[in-house]
Design a protein around this ligand. Structure first.
Ligand SMILES: O=C(O)CCC(=O)C(=O)O
Length: 283
Protein backbone atom coordinates (compact mmCIF):
# COMPACT_ATOMS: atom_id res chain seq x y z
CA UNK A 1 0.00 0.00 0.00
CA UNK A 2 1.31 3.45 -0.95
CA UNK A 3 0.49 5.33 2.26
CA UNK A 4 2.22 8.48 0.96
CA UNK A 5 -0.21 8.71 -1.99
CA UNK A 6 -3.17 7.91 0.30
CA UNK A 7 -2.24 10.73 2.67
CA UNK A 8 -1.66 13.16 -0.20
CA UNK A 9 -5.23 12.46 -1.38
CA UNK A 10 -6.47 12.86 2.21
CA UNK A 11 -4.77 16.24 2.56
CA UNK A 12 -6.39 17.38 -0.68
CA UNK A 13 -9.99 16.18 -0.14
CA UNK A 14 -10.06 16.00 3.66
CA UNK A 15 -11.06 12.32 3.72
CA UNK A 16 -9.85 8.93 2.53
CA UNK A 17 -11.56 5.54 2.30
CA UNK A 18 -9.91 2.18 2.99
CA UNK A 19 -12.24 -0.34 1.34
CA UNK A 20 -12.85 -3.64 3.12
CA UNK A 21 -10.11 -3.09 5.69
CA UNK A 22 -11.84 -4.91 8.55
CA UNK A 23 -12.85 -8.57 8.48
CA UNK A 24 -16.35 -9.72 9.34
CA UNK A 25 -14.90 -11.84 12.15
CA UNK A 26 -13.31 -8.81 13.86
CA UNK A 27 -16.41 -6.63 13.34
CA UNK A 28 -18.73 -9.19 14.86
CA UNK A 29 -16.34 -9.98 17.73
CA UNK A 30 -16.17 -6.24 18.48
CA UNK A 31 -19.95 -5.87 18.50
CA UNK A 32 -20.20 -8.94 20.75
CA UNK A 33 -17.93 -7.17 23.25
CA UNK A 34 -20.04 -4.00 22.97
CA UNK A 35 -23.15 -6.01 23.84
CA UNK A 36 -21.30 -7.68 26.72
CA UNK A 37 -20.20 -4.32 28.13
CA UNK A 38 -23.72 -2.89 27.82
CA UNK A 39 -25.11 -5.89 29.69
CA UNK A 40 -22.46 -6.17 32.40
CA UNK A 41 -20.29 -3.08 32.88
CA UNK A 42 -21.70 -0.64 35.45
CA UNK A 43 -19.01 1.92 34.65
CA UNK A 44 -19.62 2.11 30.90
CA UNK A 45 -20.53 5.67 29.88
CA UNK A 46 -23.17 6.93 27.50
CA UNK A 47 -23.26 10.38 25.91
CA UNK A 48 -26.59 11.98 24.94
CA UNK A 49 -26.19 15.53 23.64
CA UNK A 50 -23.75 16.91 26.21
CA UNK A 51 -24.93 14.70 29.07
CA UNK A 52 -22.80 11.75 30.20
CA UNK A 53 -24.31 8.97 32.31
CA UNK A 54 -22.93 5.75 33.80
CA UNK A 55 -24.56 2.48 32.87
CA UNK A 56 -25.27 1.72 36.54
CA UNK A 57 -27.03 5.04 37.10
CA UNK A 58 -29.52 4.60 34.31
CA UNK A 59 -32.98 3.28 34.86
CA UNK A 60 -33.35 1.02 32.97
CA UNK A 61 -29.61 0.50 32.33
CA UNK A 62 -28.81 1.82 28.88
CA UNK A 63 -32.05 0.93 27.13
CA UNK A 64 -32.15 1.58 23.39
CA UNK A 65 -29.39 3.74 21.94
CA UNK A 66 -31.99 5.79 20.12
CA UNK A 67 -35.33 7.05 21.33
CA UNK A 68 -37.75 9.16 19.38
CA UNK A 69 -37.44 12.87 20.14
CA UNK A 70 -34.10 12.49 21.95
CA UNK A 71 -30.56 12.98 20.72
CA UNK A 72 -28.98 9.73 19.52
CA UNK A 73 -26.84 8.20 22.25
CA UNK A 74 -23.30 6.95 21.82
CA UNK A 75 -21.10 4.85 24.06
CA UNK A 76 -17.89 6.63 25.00
CA UNK A 77 -14.50 4.96 25.40
CA UNK A 78 -15.59 1.35 24.89
CA UNK A 79 -11.86 0.50 24.69
CA UNK A 80 -11.73 0.53 28.50
CA UNK A 81 -13.82 -2.65 28.36
CA UNK A 82 -13.16 -4.15 24.91
CA UNK A 83 -9.88 -5.51 23.56
CA UNK A 84 -11.44 -5.81 20.12
CA UNK A 85 -12.04 -2.05 20.16
CA UNK A 86 -8.26 -1.63 20.38
CA UNK A 87 -7.73 -4.23 17.65
CA UNK A 88 -9.89 -2.01 15.42
CA UNK A 89 -8.69 1.41 16.55
CA UNK A 90 -4.99 0.52 16.35
CA UNK A 91 -5.22 -1.95 13.45
CA UNK A 92 -1.91 -1.97 11.47
CA UNK A 93 -3.48 -0.29 8.39
CA UNK A 94 -4.97 2.45 10.56
CA UNK A 95 -1.74 3.24 12.41
CA UNK A 96 0.27 3.10 9.15
CA UNK A 97 -2.02 5.72 7.56
CA UNK A 98 -2.02 7.95 10.64
CA UNK A 99 1.75 7.70 11.15
CA UNK A 100 2.18 8.90 7.57
CA UNK A 101 -0.20 11.82 8.21
CA UNK A 102 1.15 12.84 11.61
CA UNK A 103 4.80 11.90 11.16
CA UNK A 104 4.81 10.05 14.47
CA UNK A 105 3.00 7.21 16.25
CA UNK A 106 -0.70 8.04 16.71
CA UNK A 107 -2.40 8.22 20.10
CA UNK A 108 -6.03 7.22 20.41
CA UNK A 109 -7.70 10.22 22.07
CA UNK A 110 -11.29 8.98 22.46
CA UNK A 111 -13.83 6.64 20.88
CA UNK A 112 -17.58 6.79 20.21
CA UNK A 113 -19.69 3.72 19.44
CA UNK A 114 -23.00 4.20 17.64
CA UNK A 115 -25.85 1.81 16.88
CA UNK A 116 -27.62 4.47 14.77
CA UNK A 117 -26.73 7.52 12.73
CA UNK A 118 -26.12 10.43 15.08
CA UNK A 119 -28.23 12.66 12.80
CA UNK A 120 -25.83 15.34 14.03
CA UNK A 121 -25.75 18.56 11.99
CA UNK A 122 -22.73 19.76 9.98
CA UNK A 123 -19.70 20.24 12.23
CA UNK A 124 -15.91 20.12 12.38
CA UNK A 125 -14.27 18.12 15.19
CA UNK A 126 -11.33 20.50 15.55
CA UNK A 127 -12.53 22.21 18.74
CA UNK A 128 -15.00 19.52 19.83
CA UNK A 129 -12.40 16.86 20.65
CA UNK A 130 -10.84 17.83 23.96
CA UNK A 131 -9.09 14.80 25.46
CA UNK A 132 -8.68 15.01 29.22
CA UNK A 133 -5.24 13.46 28.97
CA UNK A 134 -3.87 16.47 27.05
CA UNK A 135 -6.30 19.32 26.34
CA UNK A 136 -3.59 21.48 24.72
CA UNK A 137 -2.52 19.00 22.02
CA UNK A 138 -1.55 19.99 18.48
CA UNK A 139 -4.97 20.16 16.76
CA UNK A 140 -3.37 20.13 13.30
CA UNK A 141 -2.69 16.41 13.92
CA UNK A 142 -6.33 15.59 14.74
CA UNK A 143 -7.89 12.93 12.48
CA UNK A 144 -10.75 10.44 12.84
CA UNK A 145 -11.35 6.92 11.59
CA UNK A 146 -14.97 5.84 11.13
CA UNK A 147 -15.43 2.06 11.01
CA UNK A 148 -18.50 0.67 9.22
CA UNK A 149 -19.68 -2.24 11.33
CA UNK A 150 -22.60 -2.48 8.93
CA UNK A 151 -23.38 -0.95 5.53
CA UNK A 152 -24.81 2.57 5.34
CA UNK A 153 -27.47 3.94 3.01
CA UNK A 154 -29.99 6.80 2.72
CA UNK A 155 -32.38 4.74 4.85
CA UNK A 156 -30.08 4.41 7.86
CA UNK A 157 -28.46 7.86 7.59
CA UNK A 158 -25.19 7.50 5.65
CA UNK A 159 -22.54 10.04 6.64
CA UNK A 160 -22.45 13.37 4.78
CA UNK A 161 -19.07 14.94 3.96
CA UNK A 162 -18.08 18.31 2.52
CA UNK A 163 -14.89 17.65 0.49
CA UNK A 164 -12.28 20.38 0.83
CA UNK A 165 -14.04 22.04 3.76
CA UNK A 166 -11.00 21.39 5.98
CA UNK A 167 -9.21 24.16 4.07
CA UNK A 168 -11.55 27.03 4.98
CA UNK A 169 -11.56 29.05 8.18
CA UNK A 170 -14.55 28.34 10.39
CA UNK A 171 -16.31 29.86 13.37
CA UNK A 172 -16.13 27.99 16.71
CA UNK A 173 -19.05 26.51 18.59
CA UNK A 174 -17.71 27.61 21.97
CA UNK A 175 -16.22 31.04 21.23
CA UNK A 176 -18.52 32.27 18.47
CA UNK A 177 -21.89 30.68 19.35
CA UNK A 178 -21.79 30.24 23.14
CA UNK A 179 -22.29 26.47 22.59
CA UNK A 180 -25.57 26.98 20.69
CA UNK A 181 -25.22 23.96 18.39
CA UNK A 182 -28.13 24.83 16.10
CA UNK A 183 -26.80 28.33 15.40
CA UNK A 184 -23.32 26.86 14.83
CA UNK A 185 -24.43 24.24 12.28
CA UNK A 186 -26.62 26.77 10.46
CA UNK A 187 -23.67 29.17 10.17
CA UNK A 188 -21.41 26.38 8.93
CA UNK A 189 -23.97 25.32 6.31
CA UNK A 190 -24.21 28.93 5.07
CA UNK A 191 -20.41 29.17 4.93
CA UNK A 192 -20.20 25.95 2.88
CA UNK A 193 -22.76 27.31 0.40
CA UNK A 194 -20.89 30.63 0.11
CA UNK A 195 -17.73 28.66 -0.71
CA UNK A 196 -19.66 26.47 -3.15
CA UNK A 197 -18.67 23.31 -1.31
CA UNK A 198 -21.21 20.60 -2.11
CA UNK A 199 -21.90 17.60 0.14
CA UNK A 200 -21.28 13.98 -0.81
CA UNK A 201 -22.79 10.92 0.89
CA UNK A 202 -20.56 8.08 2.03
CA UNK A 203 -22.33 4.81 1.25
CA UNK A 204 -20.14 2.41 3.20
CA UNK A 205 -19.96 -1.33 2.91
CA UNK A 206 -19.40 -3.24 6.13
CA UNK A 207 -15.67 -3.34 6.86
CA UNK A 208 -14.84 -0.03 5.14
CA UNK A 209 -12.93 2.60 7.09
CA UNK A 210 -13.24 6.30 6.38
CA UNK A 211 -10.62 8.74 7.67
CA UNK A 212 -11.59 12.36 8.00
CA UNK A 213 -9.35 15.33 8.65
CA UNK A 214 -9.84 17.01 12.05
CA UNK A 215 -11.30 20.12 10.41
CA UNK A 216 -13.44 18.47 7.68
CA UNK A 217 -17.12 19.34 7.95
CA UNK A 218 -19.29 16.23 8.23
CA UNK A 219 -22.70 15.20 9.53
CA UNK A 220 -24.74 12.12 10.45
CA UNK A 221 -27.41 11.73 7.76
CA UNK A 222 -31.10 11.74 8.73
CA UNK A 223 -32.61 8.29 9.28
CA UNK A 224 -35.23 7.93 6.55
CA UNK A 225 -36.53 4.55 7.65
CA UNK A 226 -37.35 4.81 11.34
CA UNK A 227 -35.58 2.21 13.49
CA UNK A 228 -32.89 1.24 10.94
CA UNK A 229 -29.55 0.72 12.66
CA UNK A 230 -26.17 1.92 11.38
CA UNK A 231 -23.57 0.39 13.68
CA UNK A 232 -20.29 2.26 13.58
CA UNK A 233 -17.21 2.98 15.65
CA UNK A 234 -15.53 6.40 15.59
CA UNK A 235 -11.97 6.92 16.81
CA UNK A 236 -10.16 10.23 17.16
CA UNK A 237 -6.38 10.41 17.06
CA UNK A 238 -3.67 12.99 17.50
CA UNK A 239 0.03 13.33 18.08
CA UNK A 240 0.58 13.46 21.84
CA UNK A 241 4.30 12.64 21.60
CA UNK A 242 6.20 9.37 21.65
CA UNK A 243 5.74 8.15 24.29
CA UNK A 244 2.72 10.35 25.11
CA UNK A 245 2.37 11.79 28.56
CA UNK A 246 -1.00 12.32 30.18
CA UNK A 247 -1.54 15.64 31.92
CA UNK A 248 -4.41 14.13 33.87
CA UNK A 249 -3.72 11.74 36.75
CA UNK A 250 -6.51 9.33 35.80
CA UNK A 251 -5.19 8.41 32.34
CA UNK A 252 -2.03 6.45 31.55
CA UNK A 253 -0.60 5.94 28.04
CA UNK A 254 -0.17 2.32 26.99
CA UNK A 255 1.53 1.14 23.77
CA UNK A 256 -0.59 -1.08 21.49
CA UNK A 257 0.60 -2.18 18.03
CA UNK A 258 2.16 0.88 16.41
CA UNK A 259 0.23 3.41 18.47
CA UNK A 260 -0.93 4.26 21.97
CA UNK A 261 -4.15 4.31 23.88
CA UNK A 262 -4.97 5.62 27.35
CA UNK A 263 -6.02 3.40 30.18
CA UNK A 264 -8.25 4.76 32.90
CA UNK A 265 -6.60 4.51 36.30
CA UNK A 266 -8.68 3.46 39.27
CA UNK A 267 -10.08 6.34 41.30
CA UNK A 268 -8.63 6.75 44.80
CA UNK A 269 -10.96 5.71 47.69
CA UNK A 270 -11.41 9.39 48.58
CA UNK A 271 -12.47 10.30 45.05
CA UNK A 272 -14.78 7.28 44.87
CA UNK A 273 -16.55 8.37 48.07
CA UNK A 274 -16.88 11.94 46.75
CA UNK A 275 -18.32 10.71 43.44
CA UNK A 276 -20.84 8.50 45.28
CA UNK A 277 -22.04 11.47 47.36
CA UNK A 278 -22.29 13.64 44.23
CA UNK A 279 -24.35 11.00 42.47
CA UNK A 280 -26.67 10.64 45.44
CA UNK A 281 -27.20 14.41 45.48
CA UNK A 282 -27.76 14.36 41.71
CA UNK A 283 -24.72 16.60 41.04
O1 LIG B 1 -21.67 8.62 12.74
C1 LIG B 1 -22.25 9.71 12.75
O2 LIG B 1 -23.47 9.79 12.60
C2 LIG B 1 -21.49 11.00 12.93
C3 LIG B 1 -20.27 10.86 13.76
C4 LIG B 1 -19.59 12.16 13.99
O3 LIG B 1 -19.92 13.14 13.38
C5 LIG B 1 -18.52 12.30 14.94
O4 LIG B 1 -18.30 11.36 15.73
O5 LIG B 1 -17.84 13.36 14.93
Amino acid sequence: MDWGAAVQDFREKGYYVLKGAISEKLREAFWGEVRGAVAGEPDLRLLEGNRITRNADRDPPFGPLRQEGKPTSRITDIEFFSEKALALALHPDITAFLAEFQGTKPSLLQTLTYAYSSEQGAHSDRYLVNPRQKPGYDRDTLAAAWFAIEASSDENGALILWPGSHKIEKPRLDLDFGDDYTAYTEALSALLSQNQIKPVRFYAEAGDVLFWHGDLVHAGGPILKEGTSRRSFVCHYGDLGDPPKSEWWQRKAVPYGDGFFFRRMKASPLRKARNAVRRRLGG
